[in-house]
Design a protein around this ligand. Structure first.
Ligand SMILES: NC(=O)c1ccc[n+]([C@@H]2O[C@H](COP(=O)([O-])OP(=O)(O)OC[C@H]3O[C@@H](n4cnc5c(N)ncnc54)[C@H](O)[C@@H]3O)[C@@H](O)[C@H]2O)c1
Length: 372
């Protein structure tokens, strides 16, 4: 099969869908991989790494990649400049977020594109296996980002997360103890903060207690408990997820007003709308704004600035699916793998993901029935 790897063109997006070592695996499987020139630049992979180490074919014009490849493997959803390049009947494997991208959805339906969305592929336990690696990264980035934002130079409270002997350290409070929450908790604890996690899932908070030997404190998020912890914490992190739905707005403006001046709120759940009342999305170029003397950070693609780590981590998870699709064909792979089938959002001009169809009040078709 011919596999296409275009350069990502979304602003501040440094990831590439396949690093050279993953391309090498696909080439040894007998496939041809077309990589756009400089696609790996932001992740620090050169054209030569792809050419000589991995056996890729470097192509300078993205139109040539879209024109020749049966499957396009990307990181972010195709941007409007790419819509014209997409071919009829092509397969696109990437983060799609189609509920929020009506123009892209129309384009994919009109062109009968098989759209397989990373964010809805599941494993047997219902875990979002291709969202997981980016949540790990976003969670770990929370510690680095908050350490910087707490400094005077960023109008922060002027404290080290760990403090030094005799000065006292910082309190960090994380709402949502899933993948982002646990990774943020461990990284913040490692940086010397006192960490508390709130989650409505009691099994999860028991698990966090066991995993961290009780070093990360856990609480149940009643409004009173949230108010108390938010007011005493230098760092507050929003990391809730209700799969398929907008994030619940559980941190109210009054709770934020109670925070200390120079405190930091990092709403990682911003890609699902955010869990802090009236939070606004920010970008890596302008990552923060100050409201009620509190620094708000709400970047929607946090892993985009650690392109190297994120590209390796994402492709570790996607490679088995790409190998399977490339070797068996997309229709056969979807029919045989019910977990991958959950990633199929569009097929033959139909919406094939129930939550997407419901959120847009459009008709749903079962992809496996369509293929049988
Ligand atoms: N901004 C970014 O760049 C970025 C990157 C990766 C992930 N994310 C987002 O981060 C969020 C969390 O992702 P995740 O992978 O950790 O999800 P997850 O499903 O692993 O964890 C979510 C947790 O939130 C808990 N929860 C749900 N409702 C709650 C409530 N009302 N109060 C307290 N806890 C509640 C759940 O029980 C669960 O443990 C998602 O919105 C995800 O899309 C953002």
């Amino acid at each position: 099969m011919i596999i296409g790897v275009p350069k990502e063109i979304k602003p501040d997006e440094n990831r590439v869908s396949l690093p050279p070592d993953k391309v090498e695996v696909l080439v040894s499987d007998g496939h041809k991989v077309l990589v756009e020139s400089e696609a790996g630049q932001g992740s620090r992979f050169s054209n030569n790494n792809y050419l000589y180490g991995a056996g890729a074919t470097i192509v300078s014009d993205p139109a040539e990649i879209y024109g020749a490849a049966e499957i396009i493997v990307k990181v972010k959803e195709p941007q409007p400049e790419e819509f014209n390049l997409i071919q009829s009947g092509q397969t696109i494997f990437t983060y799609l977020h189609l509920a929020a991208e009506p123009d892209l959805l129309n384009c994919m339906l009109e062109k009968n594109v098989t759209g397989v969305a990373y964010e809805t592929v599941e494993d047997d336990k219902g875990r979002l296996v291709l969202l997981h690696p980016m949540s790990e990264i976003a969670g770990r980035l929370v510690s680095q980002v908050s350490a910087r934002l707490l400094t005077n130079i960023e109008s922060g409270v002027g404290k080290l997360l760990s403090g030094v002997p005799g000065s006292g350290n910082c309190e960090a409070f994380i709402i949502g103890g899933g993948t982002v929450g646990l990774n943020a908790a461990i990284a913040l604890m490692g940086a010397g903060a006192d960490v508390t996690v709130a989650d409505i899932n009691l099994d999860r908070i028991r698990e966090i207690d066991t995993l961290t030997g009780g070093q990360v404190k856990t609480i149940y998020p009643t409004p009173a408990a949230l108010t108390e912890k938010i007011s005493s914490s230098e760092v507050v992190v929003g990391a809730v997820l209700v799969p398929g739905a907008k994030a619940p707005r559980i941190v109210t403006r009054d709770m934020v007003k109670d925070m200390m001046p120079g405190g930091v709120i990092i709403d990682v759940a911003i890609d699902q709308g955010g869990c802090v009342d009236d939070i606004k999305p920010t970008t890596h170029q302008n990552p923060t704004y100050i409201q009620n003397d509190v620094i708000h950070y709400a970047v929607t693609n946090m892993p985009g600035i650690v392109g190297h780590t994120a590209s390796i981590s994402l492709s570790n998870a996607t490679l088995p699916y790409i190998r399977s699709i490339a070797s068996n064909g997309v229709a056969k792979t979807i029919s045989a793998d019910h977990n991958l089938a959950k990633g199929v959002n569009t097929l033959c001009g139909q919406i094939t993901h129930p939550a997407l169809a419901e959120s847009l009040s459009m008709a749903y078709e079962d992809p496996k029935e369509m293929l049988s």
